[in-house]
Design a protein around this ligand. Structure first.
Ligand code: GLY
Ligand code: MN
Ligand code: MN
Length: 468
């Protein structure tokens, strides 16, 4: 099978749009279309800041997989329906190893060809980035192919330009031949290695996380400024979602995950993304959203806001308990403790309040975490190119691992009292609070990257009220 044939995907095989074709190019027409164009204006092409960082990451792969051919694919367009597709977003490991983010081309493949030590452009490999070279203006594809033709999709990057930007050897995808012996992303050993490689972020990654958090903070501000519009709409949660989406698309690539715009009792549904509900004064609005910047790093931030501008007494009690848990967790973060100690610390605060409020069964048995009924999720996850970053890492490299400077993760305790939960008084029903911040571990402790987004009761109330 040739490389080009190997790229044929299910959707391409299934879709036949010939019934709609109106242009039957003949040789003369193709020749005609290939002429009459002024030369393309070319911007100056320079190496991207990410290039030396991506080289270091590839060197780590080359060292670990000496003698083996490693193939890391960007992935292909995913079909939405018939001949329409979801927006392409490259695989995170591919982006990590190439530095190619939002501009990465569907079908691109990074190949580590094994060599004798020192004989290739990396320690044990010659590494090449393959992608489909743009169809020339002298081809019919240029104006007939709606997936690859520049007439349809706009200019695509050239092999030469990408080689300079990423400081990587590039080649046309048609020259790539897969082999049964390739180590690919489907291989658990490679997946685990690449995820563990991403747990400690480098300087470039931390700058991208700061940018993602700053963009997200501005998105939250737009939502708070637009709360009245959300209140006025029947599906106010959708208004919140699109206000954030507009911001994510204008400032970044997209959201890093579907926005959770959960008003009232919807806040108790941990991943409420339907966002079909109303935003009503007197209720809380839990907004969990993150901008993914063009390098594909994402923030993951939650704030819970009193829609009226003032917490009720019971909302406030819940909010302050969650905030105390978040602050306690943040206070223990420093190199040397384990990842799960952050979670243990937050949960101890949650447990204390749940007991104080009398929600502990009178016939409690030992070692049953009754408080987890109200917070079933974890307190933290790593964050980076993926919202739940590094998920293929081993437990000892993640949950049980000792923290190191450069790790970036969330702290996001919450309390959720579902309507109809008879273990709590009715006044708690339908209250869901989560406070989520993005943390980077430093040599001596940690920095809360999202600390400037209002968190305390007074600051959150003032924030909402300022917009009224
Ligand atoms: N937004 C999903 C999470 O917080 O993990
Ligand atoms: Mn999270
Ligand atoms: Mn979140």
């Amino acid at each position: 099978m040739t490389a080009a044939e190997n790229q044929v995907t299910t959707h391409e095989a299934q879709i036949d749009n010939s019934a709609r074709a109106t242009l039957a190019p003949n040789e003369e027409f193709v020749a005609y279309m290939g002429t009459g164009w002024a030369p393309l204006e070319t911007a100056e092409i320079t190496a991207w800041e990410v290039a030396p960082f991506a080289k270091q990451r590839r060197d780590a792969v080359s060292a670990a997989f000496a003698g083996r051919r490693v193939v890391v694919a960007a992935g292909i367009m995913k079909q939405r329906a018939n001949d329409t597709f979801y927006m392409f977003r490259a695989d995170s490991s591919f982006s990590h190893l190439t530095g190619w983010g939002a501009a990465a081309q569907p079908g691109a493949i990074l190949v580590f060809e094994p060599t004798a030590a020192g004989a290739g452009n990396h320690s044990n490999h010659d590494v090449t980035l393959y992608f489909a070279a743009a169809a020339g203006r002298d081809s019919a594809e240029f104006f007939t192919n709606s997936e690859t033709g520049e007439f349809w999709i706009g200019p695509t990057p050239s092999l030469q330009d990408v080689a300079i930007q990423l400081q990587l050897q590039t080649a046309d995808l048609a020259e790539f031949s897969p082999s049964a012996a390739d180590v690919t992303l489907e291989d658990a050993e490679l997946g685990q290695f690449l995820d563990e490689l991403r747990i400690v972020k480098d300087e470039f990654e931390i700058s991208q996380m700061e940018a993602a958090v700053a963009a997200t903070a501005r998105g939250f501000q737009e939502v708070v400024a637009g709360l009245d519009e959300a209140i006025a709409a029947e599906r106010g949660e959708r208004v919140v979602e699109v206000m954030f989406h507009k911001h994510a698309r204008v400032e970044g690539n997209w959201e890093g995950y579907d926005t959770i715009a959960a008003a009232g009792e919807h806040a108790c549904t941990l991943h409420w993304v339907q966002n079909t509900g109303a935003v009503k004064p007197g209720d809380l609005l839990l907004l969990d959203a993150g901008v993914e910047v063009d390098s594909l790093y994402t923030a993951d931030i939650t704030r819970t806001l009193p829609i009226s501008g003032k917490f009720t007494a019971v909302q406030r009690r819940v909010y302050e308990a969650v905030l105390e848990a978040a602050d306690a967790a943040f206070a223990v973060v420093r190199p040397g403790i384990t990842f799960h100690e952050v979670h243990d610390t937050a949960l101890a605060v949650i447990e204390k309040h749940v007991k104080e409020w009398g929600f502990w069964p009178t016939d409690a048995k030992p070692n049953v975490p009754y408080h987890r009924r109200y917070m079933v999720h974890g307190t933290s996850h790593h964050l980076g190119l993926d919202v739940h970053d590094c998920a293929r890492a081993r437990r000892e490299m993640y949950y049980d691992r000792v923290l190191e400077p450069g790790m970036v993760f969330t702290i996001e305790p919450g309390l959720y009292f579902h309507p109809g939960d008879t273990t709590v008084p009715q006044e708690f029903w339908g209250i869901g609070v989560r406070i989520e911040d993005d943390i980077v571990v430093t040599e001596t402790g940690a920095v809360n990257l999202s600390a400037d987004i209002p968190r305390s009761v007074a600051d959150v109330e003032a924030w909402v009220n300022r917009q009224k």
